[in-house]
Design a binder for this molecule. Sequence first.
Ligand SMILES: O=P(O)(O)OC[C@H]1O[C@](O)(CO)[C@@H](O)[C@@H]1O
Length: 413
Amino acid sequence: MNKYQNKYQLPNLPLPAPLLGSKTGTFTEYTVTKRMPDIAHRVIKENNFPPEINQNLEKLASELKNGYLQPLKNDHSIDFYHWEKYLEIHKNQRWLDVPWFLAETYFYRLILNITNYFQPGKNHQLDPFLLQKEQGLEASIDAIIYLCTQVEKWLDDSQKQDKPSKSSLIALLYFSLWGNRVDLSLWSAFEENRSSFDIQTQLTNILVDDSFAVTKLLTKSAHNRIDIVLDNAGFELICDLCLVNFLLDSGFAAQVHLHLKPHPTFVSDAMIKDVHYTQEFLAAGSHPQVKSFSKRLNKNINSGRLVLQEDYFWTSPLAFWQIPKLLKDEFAKSNLIIVKGDANYRRLLGDLEWDYTTNFADIVAYLPTPMVALRTLKSEVAAGLKAEILTELATIDPKWLTNGQWGVIQLVH
Ligand SMILES: O=P(O)(O)OC[C@H]1O[C@](O)(CO)[C@@H](O)[C@@H]1O
């Protein structure tokens, strides 16, 4: 039995069917047949791979619309045998007919397989999305300066008052939520600066807001541990690191653990190297507040108060309730788990077709610790919404489920 086959605790409700690309007219279908091929083409365009690799990427792009899953060649990565298991029941199935979450996670895993990411040689550990990640950061420099300055000020205020400010914590939860809108798999870093949104107007677009309940859960403590399951690098990571520096240096948390992806996936998802790159990027700037923010971050990493950890679970097609025991035991030591972003939210719900009014806590009943999800909606998966809100949304914004304009802060405790 490997570590991904432990006996796990399920949601409290019968499980509905998974989202599938074969459902005509859905965003899921659009993603498999259009967005994913586009991403494969972008990988070709933005890297300098030899023709053979590019041909294989082209082949993958062309198979998505109507073709079948191709097997994974043994690339000697740690997760190769896990993937053989995940794929066992999907042999001879079309991309459109396998669960969407598996289709997406496997697509990104195949890109690494094709580009020789795990093999020694020129492309070893070459992040095929690197250019997008770097540009994403550079494009949001004004928002970065604004945010870092703000956090430094809030930390000064907290120190003067000798107690951490709950309203600053709420503001940082909002930043962390809306930072998630800047997702490079939906919008290329080159399109426009998506980080210059107005937080104030976005407050009205939060469909469930448990941020106050989160602040009730957290008080100043020399023992609190907070775990954050991270999502994107770039501007979202900056927002998350603002939250991290504030939690640690205001006294809300004694330790923060960041859970990162072990390899590139979902275009902009953050890895440990992205946290270091971001810290160095901030340190290299000339703005004094940004510099002191980056020093703070560095200090927190070096002192061991900020722990960076990765696990192949985060790049697997598994539902959150299939979390490996070791990781679940880690979470049991935490006071709060913060789960970021759309893809992690889909994992929380198993990417299943829940009725959108289903009680969120009845689904996410399997975690040993209070958990808050910060997610802007970018896929047809949701729970915990009021029926009257659904009726209203259907009239005011028919694309509300996928356009990234709406968010939730949902706490289970
Ligand atoms: O970065 P995030 O918020 O996890 O978004 C990635 C998600 O967004 C999408 O690109 C849009 O649905 C999905 O394919 C994926 O779930």
